[in-house]
Design a protein around this ligand. Sequence first.
Ligand code: C2E
Ligand code: CA
Ligand code: CA
Ligand code: CA
Length: 279
Amino acid sequence: VKLNGGNGAQAYNLDMYQRVQQRVLLEQDLKQALQLNQFSISFQPQMTIATGALYGFEALIRWRHPVRGMVPPDEFIPVLEQSRQIVPLGYWIIEQCMQQCLSLLHSGWHHFRIAINLSAEQFVDPDLIPTLKRLLDKYELQGSYFELELTERTLVQSIETMLTIMPQIKAMGIHFAIDDFGTGYSSLSYLKKMPMDCIKIDKSFLSGMLENAADFQIIASTIAMVQKLQLQVVAEGVETREQLELLRQQGCDIAQGYLIARPVPQAELAGFLEEHFPK
Ligand code: C2E
Ligand code: CA
Ligand code: CA
Ligand code: CA
């Protein structure tokens, strides 16, 4: 639609208007999406670099909009976070992951870990700890099959809460990872204060590591530091053999990325594993 004669300000306003309208529509559609069964979860395999064995998975939400098709999480997660709808959806995600865990155990896989992304809103929700306990109980699962991924943004927002919540979750055996490491307000003091198990190097560093000396140095020194702290280190966004080889040389533990596998829809996971990571 052409509604203005090249007036810049008007074009801008119209654009703004359309974006606001789009967002309102998105918000409305999101309200029913869970009830209408439009969400699903894909699981992206992670590989132990030294052995080539399966290490675990990251659970990634997918939304199939009836008209727009697949909507990327970067588009709708922030909307859900603002309206706090991420909290109930987050519990649904956690329960799906527990069911998937149970199903993997029943099919004979025992050595894996499922990493779940946790938004800040959910991390400070008072129901988080009771819900985790209730669900682990319900499915009779050990917490050690799960890892919660927090971003540096979440960590700075609520450092006090964090220090009371984290130990209680750790007591259930659940692990913690810092996601997108290096992109936020990276403070090494978190690593000392918080009971972290794992650091995930952000994929933006990976994409530059072969050409850009600075990116490579950041990766190399992160790996070295994380190992001195005796934490696990995952490199995300591994797309080429060269990247994987360099990561191996630097002593990185775990790789995740399209080279290893794309995120696999839940219904296809068992078949995928039989084929690519036989027991
Ligand atoms: P993230 O947590 O950093 O997740 C990793 C993203 O990198 C995923 O995008 C994944 O599909 C993508 N990826 C994996 N390997 C490669 C690779 O080799 N190259 C490239 N270019 N990308 C790769 P996705 O699934 O689109 O998710 C985007 C973001 O949305 C996630 O970033 C996370 O912040 C958020 N998100 C996804 N699922 C959930 C969820 O269940 N809960 C919450 N709270 N946030 C989620
Ligand atoms: Ca993540
Ligand atoms: Ca990440
Ligand atoms: Ca991210």
